[in-house]
Design a protein around this ligand. Structure first.
Ligand code: 1GP
Length: 237
């Protein structure tokens, strides 16, 4: 089970790296080569998702990943339509930094009966979108205001609420292509207040940055854009 794997990593103070693949940004015919790069990197997990999906290829995209890699594939959905039984697990996200009921409960109600028909491991996840220097696609599409970057105490209270609600993971995200990643201060303060494994992503571009994020308390770092730009980046993290 993937959640067990993540919890074990947290308990043993091991760090996990997830590469985020957006089906809109990678063509199916390029995918085998991209997967080979991922297999050669330090990645432990492959996340698949995006705020929008221009191409209706999710099943084939994940089938192709599975053909070339043994790494677990976890859906990181932008909405209830991004479900595929080809993956191993899905982050069942609640966008709790925002106040839009569509992303707090409506998408979840639409997704629930569909998920019941799959074998996916459903991992309930607090999703906190953090302000990162310019408007991100997630903020625009979800019609939610991100959490202020300089207010770690709001992030702490929000993450703690997610834990008490019963979520299993906390995801602190600056949004894809964030100008400024989530601050180390915010990560470490959230890590001190919650017991759950913390995922951090958005705008991470270098090994140094990634290692600092781990040291601040993240169990999983997610890299999307920087890997798309340089597939060698994630060797020897
Ligand atoms: C976005 O956390 C992910 O939701 C990854 O962001 O594409 O900036 O790496 P990047």
């Amino acid at each position: 089970m993937i959640l067990d794997y993540i919890n074990k990593a947290k308990n043993n103070n091991e760090k996990l790296l997830a590469i985020l693949l957006d089906p809109d940004k990678i063509n199916l015919d390029q995918l085998p080569l991209v997967i080979k790069k991922i297999n050669d990197s330090d990645a432990n997990l492959i996340f698949v998702g995006g705020s929008l999906l221009f191409k209706n290829i999710l099943d084939n995209f994940i089938k192709t990943i599975k053909k070339y890699s043994d790494l677990p594939v976890v859906l990181f959905p932008g909405s209830a339509i991004q479900i595929s039984n080809e993956a191993d697990a899905i982050l069942f996200l609640q966008l709790i930094s925002g106040r839009n009921p569509e992303y707090l409960i409506s998408n979840q109600i639409i997704a629930a009966p569909l998920l019941k028909q799959t074998n996916l491991e459903v991992i309930s996840t607090s999703y906190l979108l953090v302000e990162s220097g310019r408007e991100t696609t997630v903020s625009y599409i979800s019609n939610t205001k991100p959490l202020p970057a300089h207010k770690p105490e709001i992030a702490m209270a929000t993450a703690l609420a997610g834990q008490y609600i019963g979520h299993q993971l906390i995801y602190l995200d600056g949004g894809s292509g964030a100008l400024n990643p989530v601050s180390l201060e915010m990560i470490s303060k959230v890590a001190k207040v919650v017991d759950l494994p913390i995922i951090v992503g958005g705008g991470l571009k270098s090994k140094e940055q990634i290692n600092k994020v781990y040291n601040a308390g993240a169990t999983i770092v997610v890299v999307g854009t920087a890997f798309e730009n340089d597939t060698e980046l994630l060797n020897n993290i």
